[in-house]
Design a protein around this ligand. Structure first.
Ligand code: G3I
Length: 339
């Protein structure tokens, strides 16, 4: 296993026995291990302290405050304070930042759909939104060299999701967003990001075909974000091959929103399986050279999105509601270290 000079230095200052998630990620040749966060969570002092720990987290993704509802509540009225607060937090800790996200059909500002805009007008709206969002954070994303561009463009069968963007503009709304973002910040790396593309299958094939088409049309795409919202005991057996298939397109890959949920109540057996599942996912990224890093979708069950959406499910993250590490933490370490 090639150990970079940075990693070797880390090991000198951070004894292996106490090495933490980002230390092991860097030793495994990855750019970062990171976590999503939301603005209201930063008021929680013990949470704030752990999120600031760059031995575990060297990268931050704002889970909500850069989305359309938060950044352009009315057409042409851009508000970036929420995203800027999280970028300031990350910069203070010298953590990398992944922007999230230019174009997503969910958490849109209501005016985008209510406007019943025609193709030309909505194309301009998508262009202006993507340009202004990425422009405002110009240089912030270059640390992580990435920003979430377009999220969840596909249905489970690999066809395009019938979003207001797709129905009005067609698939070229994605091209428009990417070109605008590249113009806004030539150094930001631009990703397509989706869920349920963790293993081989029709949705992953849809992403592969899209990336091939975007590259053929000289659309500036740099990476594929595999969200990784998974279920204990059901990590796709083809995850490594799938990440490699994405990388073989000549783009980077990142696991961007990892959490592995279980049906409650928590049991020792479920925690043990969750540990194994985290190890499997991390080991898959480790095995694929162009898999640049892993971001968990927050780090503590206390702030996970899962219970609010999946009734009776939760406990998806490596720390519990009391901010105590779970066996999943060691599963992540094992994924970066065990052969
Ligand atoms: O801000 C309001 C608050 O004012 C209100 O009191 C409260 C109760 O209604 O809702 C708050 O908004 C919530 C928002 O998160 C901010 O906390 C929304 O209800 C809630 O639906 C929203 O959930 C977010 C979810 O996306 C929406 O689909 C999660 O926090 C966020 O983690 C989650 O993240 C997405 C990624 O962006 C894309 N990939 C999937 C992932 C999970 O859905």
């Amino acid at each position: 296993m090639r150990i970079t000079l940075y990693a070797a230095t880390l090991l000198l200052v951070v004894p292996a026995a106490t090495a933490q998630l980002n230390v092991w990620a860097r030793i495994a040749g990855k750019q970062y291990f990171g976590s999503a966060t939301d603005n209201y969570e930063l008021a929680d002092k013990p949470y704030f302290k752990q999120l600031s720990n760059t031995l575990d987290f060297a990268q931050i993704t704002p889970s909500n405050s850069m989305k359309w509802f938060a950044t352009e509540p009315e057409r042409g009225n851009f508000t970036f304070a929420g995203g800027e607060e999280i970028v300031a937090f990350a910069k203070k800790n010298r953590q990398l930042v992944r922007g999230h996200t230019c174009v997503w059909h969910s958490q849109l500002a209501p005016w985008v759909e209510a406007g019943n805009f025609d193709n030309a007008t909505l194309s301009t709206i998508v262009r202006d939104h993507s340009y202004n969002l990425v422009r405002n954070f110009r240089g912030d994303f270059t640390h992580d060299k990435s920003t979430g561009m377009s999220s969840t463009a596909f249905n489970e069968d690999g066809t395009f999701r019938e979003t207001v963007f797709y129905k009005t503009i067609g698939p070229s709304y994605i091209d428009i967003a990417f070109h605008a973002a590249r113009k806004a910040d030539p150094k930001a790396k631009l990703y397509i990001n989706d869920y349920n593309i963790d293993g081989l299958g029709p949705k992953s094939t849809g992403v592969i075909n899209l990336v091939k088409q975007l590259k053929k049309n000289k659309v500036p795409i740099d990476g594929i974000g595999v969200q990784g919202h998974l279920i204990v005991g059901h990590v796709p057996t083809t995850i490594k091959e799938n990440l490699q298939a994405f990388a073989d397109l000549g783009v980077d890959v990142a696991i961007t929103e990892l959490d592995i949920r279980m049906t409650l109540p928590v049991t020792p057996e479920l925690l043990e399986q969750q540990k194994k599942d985290y190890q499997t996912v991390i080991a898959a990224c480790r095995a694929v050279k162009k898999c640049i890093g892993v971001t968990i979708w927050d780090w503590t069950d206390k702030y996970s999105w899962v219970p609010g959406v999946f009734d009776g499910e939760g406990a998806a993250l490596p720390w519990d509601e009391d901010l105590k590490k779970k066996p999943a933490y060691d599963g992540i370490v094992d994924g970066f270290t065990k052969l």
